[in-house]
Design a binder for this molecule. Structure first.
Ligand SMILES: Cc1cc2nc3c(=O)[nH]c(=O)nc-3n(C[C@H](O)[C@H](O)[C@H](O)COP(=O)(O)OP(=O)(O)OC[C@H]3O[C@@H](n4cnc5c(N)ncnc54)[C@H](O)[C@@H]3O)c2cc1C
Length: 615
């Protein structure tokens, strides 16, 4: 950029003066600070161009996301195996590194997969084309590079239930060590905490500022009978841990860099799209992958194992394209069936119902954007070094059981007359224009509080299917929201809505005049606002994902007809092939899913090392 051409240089204080030099120093510092966020040393180099057709590695890992990165790190740090880590996306952008820009990462860009659910009469009807947007990260770090960074282990009961169904070694007592192995608690305010690991891979901190709305939400939760700061895996409200270090996102791919040295045997290939797994049919074993790098399709071989960590949508897609999946479905696509397994079934997700309320002026200090940009780039402080209210989490049970949660609450605040924030959120969720316009018009004149009432133990099940046998065609996503036979999911979410309303009616909230907005949802116009029927209709229309789909390559013993992988994460009936990512969870947990993905990565890597080194 030629700075002499900028309009500001025609002002009286030209850049030759002392003040002009100071000004240039500031501008340079801002540039340098932004460049630091794109430091190439944060990640291993992309060596995709060095991969050769017919090349051999010991292990090939497909997907450098939350789980695949952990597996790659653990296998490569031993320094004994040649490992290829293949990722369809590229390096994360600066936007991905800045926590406060989290909603911007979910837009349809080349860093997301652009997935939408198939229209259904039971769900997503208030979104454009009747489709919920399911953002998934297509970049180094996968979803951990676009998510909200909340770090929560699930409840003991979640994992004990996995073990009870034949998954030996996955009960909470057994897997606790793998959580600890991935955790590096660095928060100064938690020096005495013994629950979390301190020497693991992922740095964890808590954002807990003293701000009016957050304080009111906490007091109001207390006034309706919930514990505050309950600690891990207990019911109540608390400010949650996040994988943010010094004001910057710590995505999972950052664990890779320490494992790279001159002697390292890890090769990272970016913008490398895996079409399918090569199966040696005679021995029923995975021999390698077919991968497209720079429009050159190559076959690359794994002498020991292929590990699929491509996530809950793409791992089943790749398996099915390789002839491993439901027989009837594959035959319909003209794909030869090599192993008939229930791949893509058992899809589960956390569903949210967004409730919008208007608040009085004193609820939020409206940010001055330029000040906030300065604070972030110069000091890594202010609005952008955190995700705002999103790390305040309510963990609840609709029946007052204490051993697991079936509801979660999350919050976000949209300051009055700064509608770009709300606009970004509404665009990312794909909301219909007519509904979005009402909300934006409220936001011009009022601060808005968004409460995300979330169903975290759904009974409904969805499905991932192939559209056809083309590896580049997006798969069909049937969310399955609200399809459970007895309608229990709707009833539990309704209880959550009533709890959210009770919270807004507490004394704590009085000073903020909270009022739930009566949104005119065209399909719900026949129902009286705030009636049970109105809210049930809202669920069918504006209920959507909390971004936590799981379970499409279900883990279970051989006796479990619906299982895809065994408890050592090996695909049933196929040698040298494992799936290690969110898709293996037999049942979705009652908490956000990335901590459990890190744990699965740690345990998966250990099992591989045991199997190939004998200890
Ligand atoms: C917007 C958003 C917000 C979220 N917020 C939170 C949160 O705050 N806390 C939390 O706990 N969880 C959160 N989650 C969920 C959590 O991030 C995911 O459950 C978790 O990261 C999934 O990890 P994974 O390893 O299974 O898949 P991913 O992290 O998605 O990794 C899969 C990787 O495989 C690559 N890949 C896929 N197909 C191919 C192919 N054919 N060839 C090559 N590479 C391929 C992908 O590009 C991707 O990098 C959020 C998710 C999203 C999307």
């Amino acid at each position: 950029m030629d700075i002499s051409q900028l309009p500001a240089t025609s002002c009286a204080a030209n850049i030759d003066s002392q003040s002009g030099n100071l000004f240039l120093l500031l501008v340079n510092t801002l540039f340098a600070s932004q460049c630091a966020l794109k430091n190439p040393n944060l990640y291993p180099p992309d060596q995709g161009s060095k991969i050769e057709d017919g090349g051999h590695f010991d292990f090939i890992i497909v997907g450098a996301g939350s789980t695949g990165s952990v597996v790659a790190r653990r296998l490569s740090e031993l320094g004994i195996w040649k490992i290829l880590l293949v990722e369809a996306g590229g390096f994360p952008t600066v936007t991905s590194e800045i926590p406060g820009l989290w909603p911007n990462n979910q837009f349809l860009t080349n860093q997301t997969w652009g997935y939408f659910t198939e229209p259904s009469e039971k769900s997503c009807q208030g979104f454009k084309n009747g489709a919920c947007h399911w953002p998934r990260g297509k970049l180094l770090g996968g979803c951990s590079a676009i998510n909200v960074m909340l770090y929560l282990r699930g409840f003991k009961k979640n994992y004990d239930c996995w073990a009870k169904n034949g998954n030996v070694g996955w009960d909470y007592e057994s897997i606790k060590q793998y959580f600890k192995r991935s955790e590096r608690l660095i928060d100064n305010n938690m020096k005495n905490n013994k629950f979390y690991g301190r020497e693991g891979l992922i740095p964890l901190t808590i954002y807990h500022p003293n701000e009016t709305l957050r304080n009111v939400l906490i007091q109001s939760a207390q006034q309706i009978g919930y514990n505050i700061e309950p600690g891990e895996s207990k019911l109540g409200f608390s400010n949650g841990l996040q994988n943010i270090q010094a004001g910057v996102r710590y995505n999972a791919a950052k664990v890779l860099v320490n494992s790279i040295s001159n002697t390292s045997k890890l090769t990272l290939a970016l913008n490398a799209y895996v079409e399918n797994i090569i199966i040696d049919e005679k021995n029923m074993k995975a021999a390698g992958i077919k991968v497209n790098i720079g429009n050159k399709v190559m076959k690359v071989y794994a002498d020991k194992e292929v590990i699929l960590s491509a996530g809950v949508i793409n791992s089943p897609q790749i398996l099915m394209l390789s002839g491993i999946g439901p027989g009837d479905h594959l035959r319909k696509q003209g794909i030869e069936v090599l192993q008939d397994l229930k791949v893509g079934e058992n899809l589960q997700d956390h569903v949210i119902l967004p409730i919008f309320s208007k608040l009085s002026d004193q609820a939020i200090n409206s940010p001055e954007l330029l000040d906030e940009i300065y604070k972030y780039f110069i000091h890594r402080e202010g609005l952008f070094n955190n995700t705002g209210l999103m790390n305040l989490v309510g963990i609840l049970n609709s029946n007052n059981r204490s051993d697991y949660a079936d509801l979660q609450f999350f919050f976000s605040a949209f300051p009055k007359n700064k509608i770009m924030f709300l606009d970004t959120f509404l665009k990312t969720i794909n909301l219909n224009q007519s509904i979005a316009e009402q909300l934006l018009s409220y936001n011009k004149a009022n601060h808005i509080l968004l409460t995300l009432v979330t169903l975290v133990q759904p009974k409904s099940r969805g499905q991932i299917l192939l559209k056809n046998a083309d590896a580049y065609e997006k798969p069909i996503i049937r969310s399955g929201y609200f399809t459970d036979e007895k309608g229990g999911d709707t009833e539990i979410l309704l209880k959550g809505i009533r709890i959210a309303e009770a919270q807004l009616r507490t004394d704590a909230f009085k000073s903020l005049n909270a009022e739930v907005l009566n949104i005119n949802i065209p399909n719900c116009k026949d129902f009286k606002f705030d009636s049970d029927d109105y809210w049930k209709c809202s669920m069918r229309n504006i209920g959507t994902t909390l971004y936590h789909p799981t379970s499409t390559c279900k883990m279970g013993p051989k006796s479990d007809q619906s299982a895809v992988v065994d408890p050592r994460l090996k695909v049933h009936g196929v040698h040298n092939l494992r799936v290690i990512d969110a898709s293996i969870m037999p049942k979705i947990i009652s908490a956000n899913t990335q901590a459990t993905c890190f744990m699965i990565g740690e345990k998966g890597a250990e099992m591989i090392i045991q199997d190939h080194r004998g200890h």
